[in-house]
Ligand binder design. Structure first.
Ligand code: PMP
Length: 468
């Protein structure tokens, strides 16, 4: 990181900082620190780097927020957006109207998705994709004469977004602190957390235990009352939790046996992060009724999400049994031409540069190199898959006991890394790493060296402050 010492830059930076602090209500930001510190202003970007307004440059270790998959500053995406914006920036997609990019993108997504998912409902992001998925599931069961099938099964520590329904599906308790949720609609199973599974239980027994919990829940609630099970293939914000071997297909089998639809939230896991455009089928052996996605779909260059709908659902939603009928849901911006043009260019880049193949090669290298950090005193677990990784900080590696909240260990690690030119994401005692898909081995070596130094510094500072 270089410091640009220029008073014009400084006063401009201060003015932006102040406007932001006074008027922007930031998502997921702690107001007790915000009012003193305000925000770091990220103003520029290029490839794997972002820079702040003062000219300090950082390696982006989180792809913006698990989304800038093709990397920053892709002029061709900007050009595609500009071209569409000046040709026809917006027109309705309601009432038998469409636009060229939306039609093209729909066919492209159908070709990339598992074979039975051929129908695309566009949204503005991941939360709205999950919201729509639930609405469509309820609508589907209403139309086939099973209106009592309403409950959605989610999991503790799941993250599905923050619209009312998506926030309810979200099982991270702290995320809903002081908020209301639509509790009567959702029932939560345990998350699959191999690191914190009951002591002495093998991974196979743990899998039996989790599947057994779902089985019991179905009996308790009655299959006739359950509409769908929603899951992230790997839980992201809840701590990058990789389920035990066999979990996904066994949970899916229970869904099938009980006429419960399967919604797979691939907002993070799609578009290359696990080495495939969609991971449900290729990585986890799943054939979902609905896949939701967002983030990497447009690499974050524009807001865009989608729910991919199976042929058999579409038969009811799209051609309602000879009666016709309006599917009365959708957004002004469903199939927004500029967003769809950006997504098409994004996918073209991913294919041309073989970014999924890059992850299949480099992803395992990131995993093994991050695991070398396990020797540090606070690193209790290093987990994840490919470019979706997490380090769990603990006080005691034997027991997994956590450091007290006041130790702010995740923040400390992120702050040390940032001082050394790398941005990673603190989530409580965790640090999440979810890079753009264009990292290579040399960058990974550099990143791991920065993290190595950062964890050493954190151990020292925790000792100095009496936490260790
Ligand atoms: N699902 C998952 C798995 C996510 O990680 C996120 C966002 N991090 C969402 C849904 C919500 O997406 P959005 O913030 O675009 O609404």
């Amino acid at each position: 990181a270089s410091n640009v010492d220029d008073s014009n830059t400084d006063s401009q930076a201060h003015a932006v900082w102040e406007k932001d602090k006074n008027h922007f209500i930031h998502p997921f930001t702690d107001f007790s620190t915000f009012h003193q510190q305000g925000c770091d202003i990220i103003s520029d970007s290029d490839g794997i780097y972002v820079s702040d307004i003062k000219g300090n440059r950082f390696i982006d270790g989180i792809a913006g927020l698990w989304c800038v998959n093709v990397g920053h500053g892709r002029k061709e995406i900007g050009d595609a957006m500009a071209e569409q914006a000046t040709r026809m920036a917006y027109f309705s997609t309601f009432n038998n109207l469409t636009n060229i990019p939306a039609a093209e993108l729909s066919a492209k997504l159908a070709s990339l998705a598992p074979a039975h998912l051929n129908h695309i409902f566009y949204t503005c992001g991941g939360s709205t994709a999950n919201d729509v998925a639930v609405r469509l599931v309820h609508y589907y069961f209403n139309r086939i004469g099973k209106p009592e099938k309403k409950k959605i099964i989610s999991r503790k520590n799941a993250y599905h977004g923050t619209t009312y329904m998506a926030a309810t599906l979200t099982g991270i308790e702290s995320n809903n602190w002081m908020f209301d949720t639509l509790d009567s609609h959702v029932s939560y199973l345990s998350e699959a957390n191999c690191y914190r599974r009951p002591a002495g239980m093998s991974e196979a027994a743990y899998c039996d235990h989790l599947v057994g919990e779902f089985e019991t829940r179905i009996t308790e609630l009655g299959a006739d009352n359950i509409a769908a099970f929603i899951m992230e293939p790997i839980m992201g914000a809840g701590g990058v939790l990789v389920a035990p071997e066999g979990y996904h297909t066994r949970m899916q089998a229970l869904c099938r046996q009980n006429d419960i639809l399967l919604i797979v939230d691939e907002v993070v896991t799609a578009f290359g992060r696990l080495g495939h455009f969609f991971s449900s089928e290729k990585v986890f052996g799943l054939t979902p009724d609905i896949i939701t996605c967002a983030k990497g779909l447009s690499s974050g260059y524009v807001p865009l999400g989608a729910a991919l709908i199976s042929d058999s659902l579409y038969e009811v939603l799209g051609t309602p049994q000879g009666k016709g009928g309006v599917l009365s849901t959708g957004f002004t911006y469903s199939g927004h031409p500029v967003s769809c043009a950006a997504a098409l260019k994004n996918i073209e880049i991913m294919e041309r540069e073989a970014l999924c193949e890059n992850i299949q090669r480099v992803g395992p290298y990131l995993e093994t190199q991050l695991k070398t950090l396990k020797h540090h005193a606070t690193v209790g677990d290093v987990r994840g898959s490919n470019f979706m990784m997490c380090l769990e900080n603990v006080a005691n590696k034997e027991t997994g006991e956590l450091l007290p909240l006041e130790a702010r260990v995740g923040d400390r690690v992120a702050e040390e890394a940032q001082q050394r030119g790398l941005i990673i994401r603190p989530v409580g005692h965790l640090n999440i790493i979810s890079p753009p898909l264009i990292w290579d081995e040399a960058i990974i070596d550099n990143v791991v060296a920065i993290l190595d130094a950062s964890f050493s510094a954190v151990t020292e500072s925790l000792k100095k402050d009496g936490f260790m």
